[in-house]
Design a binder for this molecule. Structure first.
Ligand code: COA
Length: 333
């Protein structure tokens, strides 16, 4: 039996911790300033989880809101994919915690790690199941608590990141031209050292079973900011050029670009090199910082709720991050 469906977005949702940390709230010992952070990154504040708030709990709220906006029930969900680098635990996956929280029946649920590109990877993987007719409704979540893995004594990283979650529901398209038109996923593991999060190191194999414990040292997120900056600018330019060329579109055919919400200077530098109107950019990083795999679904949900984007609009999604990984997608909402 051969079936091939288009894939559309049925609903969006997001969830941000209530607590907001403004640039001026960092302690004097960090030796930073509101002025430095604003002019070098565009970020003014970021949301930081309270006790008991986790990437799975934020993801669950975002998932509920996405289902509500799609007017669907948990019973309608055929699969959950959660993109995250800050899963609450190594096992179970956040997706399983979200499944239990929603009260879904037994369905496939798994996490996926492609760092800040994770949501576009998860969306693309999920879309294949809808395209083949294997699943009808899939929840795709991006959920992160970067505050758990950044070193708050390292001013070069801790000011950049924030917590939050975003989610979408996808399903089979009607034959009305809406849906996914194009995607590309990339990775280059040779440049893995540019962004690294070892986390808690697992016991080395040689010590098993003599030393039955994991090491308790925690290795925070480390990054070569300058090199990542250059990679990010180049990647935005290349993905926009590639998507327009392959979809045979011109800038006027795109209604909204949602780039990974990373740094205003990165976005400005890329757009200085592109013949593309900047008023088509959806940017909310000044309020949220970089929320890794959650940044695109949070921005997409905000665009839908505030009327920046509406059904029928053509959006270009662009993501990049650790791995290195990068990806693009063109959808008509
Ligand atoms: C991190 C980043 C903001 C640094 O900006 P930059 O203009 O490249 O700054 P540099 O790294 O050249 O550092 C310049 C100086 O600012 C200092 N500095 C860095 N962070 C600072 C902060 N928060 N407050 C004050 N000074 C800071 C540096 O220590 C350095 O000081 P020095 O000259 O005395 O050594 C920028 O490189 C960046 O955004 N990179 C991309 C990172 C990212 O978003 N990664 C995630 C990708 S998914």
């Amino acid at each position: 039996m051969s079936t091939s469906h288009g894939v559309i977005l049925l609903g969006t949702g997001s969830s941000l911790p209530e607590r907001s940390v403004r640039n001026g709230d960092f302690p004097a010992s960090l030796d930073t300033s509101d002025e430095w952070i604003r002019t070098r990154t565009g970020i003014r504040e970021r949301h930081i989880s309270a006790a008991g708030e986790t990437s799975a709990s934020l993801g669950l709220v975002a998932a509920r809101r996405a289902l509500e906006s799609a007017q669907l029930d948990p019973a309608d969900v055929d699969m959950i994919v959660c993109a995250t680098v800050t899963s609450d635990m190594m096992v179970p996956a956040n997706a399983c915690v979200i499944q239990a929280g929603l009260g879904c029946r037994p369905i496939p649920a798994f996490d996926l790690n492609a760092a800040c590109t994770g949501f576009l990877y998860a969306l693309t993987v999920a879309a294949q199941f809808v395209r083949t007719g294997t699943c009808r409704r899939i929840l795709v979540v991006g959920a992160e608590t970067l505050s758990r893995v950044v070193d708050f004594s390292d001013r070069t990283t801790c000011v950049l990141f924030g917590d939050g979650a975003g989610a979408v529901v996808i399903g089979p398209a009607e034959a009305d031209g809406r849906g996914e038109h194009w995607f590309r996923l990339y990775a280059d593991g040779r440049r893995a050292d540019l962004i690294r999060l070892n986390g808690t190191r697992l016991r080395p194999p040689a010590s098993c079973p003599a030393e039955p414990r994991i090491t308790d040292e925690f290795d925070f997120l480390r990054m070569n900011g300058r090199e990542v900056f250059k990679f990010a600018v180049r990647t935005i330019i290349e993905l926009i050029d590639e998507s327009l060329l392959e979809c045979k579109l011109s800038p006027s055919d795109i209604d909204l670009i949602i780039p990974h919400q990373v740094n205003q200077r990165i976005i400005d530098a890329a757009f200085a090199d592109l013949n593309f109107p900047t008023d088509k950019l959806m940017v909310n990083l000044e309020r949220n910082g970089n929320t890794s795999a959650a940044s695109i679904p949070i921005a997409l949900d905000e665009a839908m709720r505030t009327g920046r984007a509406a059904p029928g609009d053509r959006v270009l999604l662009i993501a990049f991050g650790g791995g290195l990984t990068w990806a693009g997608g063109v959808w008509t909402l």
